[in-house]
Write a protein that binds this ligand. Structure first.
Ligand code: BG6
Length: 525
């Protein structure tokens, strides 16, 4: 039996044909940072994927803003090159590309200059006339966070985010998508919310956390609330602890300047990792709508005690080898201070103060240049209460693990004990493993398709609300406060390793241990 077949230990029972969603509403999308990295690597490939799956509205226009002296044609050529890089294994659907390319316009200007906003207004009128975008517009802020407030102010002053009935009696919508980081502390997130809410209604703001666009992240809700099996055991009676890992093999790449201001905690915890936590820990929603789901997520975050700085470990990568490649220490990366104290790894223990989770620690960790790429949520169940097997050697029986693999190799596995065949009563741990790719053919996806589509149809479920992001910052703030006064040199970990020994010490205080970042047969025993 080939490996692919032998892995299919789970049969798909029911797979009705997929409902084909409708193309999104007519609109123009204006990208601030139209010539930047995010636009080339992710936004353009996502728009193209939406176009080739017929989810992009036919009445669509794309306006790219930049400071460089270029033409619409040269902008298109750059985006096309980015698209080819993103699709290097498949050919470009020329019809989809041409339809998209014919709707693009490049507008040059300085983000601070009110004149730019006049030109944006004119470009939107023209888009409306040429492509019937019905006055609907998305302003996508793919720029450094220091520009967010100014752009929103200028959009407001220019009247570009007003949602008023037009001459045809329609009420066009105006939405603003804000990239991360949304603030860098609880205060700054609160101030930024206050500031932009003077110009925009909350319903117009879409704060992106790209993790929430990942299929397997959304699948957490399907697993928990689409089955009766898990919910009765999803609590302090049955669960010993939860580990959430976002391990990366990449280093800071060319983002030294950004990362020096940010560090691993700000970059990953209040958004991505706490989003995962909120989906795992939230109470069951009565309805699957944006308001209910966002209420439940915020409610559980508000039940999390602000972290105790003594339960946080930070560290920085040193030299080492990642997947056979030699890596330089963080402090030698471009645009990084030679005595930098910015962390590239962080681990912490959190407690959720509610009836479901009291006493169940949540261990979170994220880091760059680790031994492997692995984002997962691992739920460890309690040991068996009685000990009929206590005569057996070793830690028998081993507790069950339920692991939700977010990336790569998206799937779910359940580890349990069975009897090893033979005359003796011996236990062995086995795994039932579900791999998405065995059942659902991968679709071209860079992770932003669902999120862009949702902005176009006005569904905010996967976006962070003002109170949610502030709760997330509140949880991590004590660690940031302590680090602001702590100038001791950080511990280091070798690039390509499992992380710093200090993180092992953090979890072993309670007699537990981390799952391996690198998969090994013995890994989760
Ligand atoms: C980004 C961070 O938000 O998420 C990066 O700024 C990080 O530093 C990235 O590498 C991880 O996302 P993904 O989807 O590659 O796991």
């Amino acid at each position: 039996m080939n490996e692919q077949l032998s892995r299919k230990t789970i049969a798909r029972i029911d797979a009705p044909p997929r409902r084909v969603p409708q193309p999104a509403d007519p609109c123009a999308m204006v990208i601030f940072g139209g010539t930047g990295d995010l636009t080339h690597r992710l936004l353009m490939p996502a728009l193209y994927n939406l176009a080739s799956t017929r989810l992009l509205p036919e009445k669509f226009a794309l306006i790219g803003l930049g400071t460089g002296d270029r033409t619409t044609e040269s902008w298109q050529a750059d985006l096309r090159a980015g698209l080819e890089r993103a699709n290097k294994d498949s050919s470009i659907d020329e019809a989809a590309w041409h339809s998209l390319a014919s709707r693009m316009r490049y507008v040059r200007g300085d983000l601070n200059d009110p004149e730019l906003y006049k030109r944006i207004g004119q470009a939107l009128e023209r888009a409306d006339a040429e492509h019937q975008t019905e006055g609907n517009a998305i302003f996508y802020l793919a720029v450094a966070d220091r520009f967010f407030a100014t752009i929103v102010d200028r959009l407001g002053e220019a009247g570009l985010v007003r949602e008023e009935p037009n001459a045809n009696g329609q009420r066009p919508w105006r939405r603003v998508v804000i990239e991360k980081p949304f603030g860098n502390s609880v205060d700054s997130a609160h101030k930024l919310n206050d500031h932009i809410l003077k110009t925009l209604k909350e319903s117009q703001i879409f704060r992106i956390d790209h993790y929430l666009g990942k299929e397997t992240v959304q699948n957490i809700l399907a697993l928990r609330f689409g089955n009766t099996l898990f919910e009765p055991i999803w609590n302090r009676d049955r669960i010993d602890h939860v580990q959430i890992t976002a391990a990366e093999v990449v280093g800071v790449e060319k983002r030294g300047k950004f990362y020096e201001q940010t560090g691993a905690l700000r970059d990953m915890m209040p958004n991505h990792v706490l989003s995962l936590l909120s989906l795992v820990a939230m109470e069951p929603p009565a309805r699957f709508d944006a308001q209910t789901i966002r209420n439940k997520k915020t409610e559980v975050l508000s039940a999390i005690r602000a972290v105790d700085p003594n339960s946080v470990v930070r560290a920085q990568y040193g030299a080492g080898t990642v997947r056979g490649e030699r890596c330089i220490p963080y402090r030698q990366e471009p645009d990084v201070a030679r005595d930098s104290n910015t962390e590239t790894y962080v681990a912490m223990r959190l407690e959720v103060d509610n009836w479901r989770w009291a006493g169940v620690p949540f261990y979170l960790r994220t880091g760059k240049h680790l031994a492997d790429r692995r984002t997962e949520i691992a739920i460890r169940f309690k040991k068996t209460p009685a000990a009929p097997f206590e005569e057996l050697e070793g830690e028998n029986p081993r507790p069950n693990w339920l692991v939700l693999r977010i990336q790569p190799d998206e799937g779910i596995s359940l580890q349990f004990e069975i009897k090893r065949p033979g005359p003796a009563m011996e236990l062995a741990a086995v795994k039932m493993d579900f791999h998405y790719q065995d059942w659902f053919p991968p679709e071209p996806n860079v992770g932003y398709e669902t999120l862009l589509y949702d902005v176009m149809i006005g569904d905010p479920m996967l976006f962070m609300r003002a109170d949610t992001i502030e709760q997330a910052w509140r949880i991590v703030q004590p660690a940031l406060d302590q680090w602001a006064h702590d100038h001791d040199s950080l511990p280091t970990y070798p690039s390509g390793s499992e992380g710093p020994v200090e993180a092992d010490a953090l979890i072993s205080r309670s007699g537990r241990h981390w799952r391996q970042v690198v998969a090994s047969p013995e890994e989760q025993r």
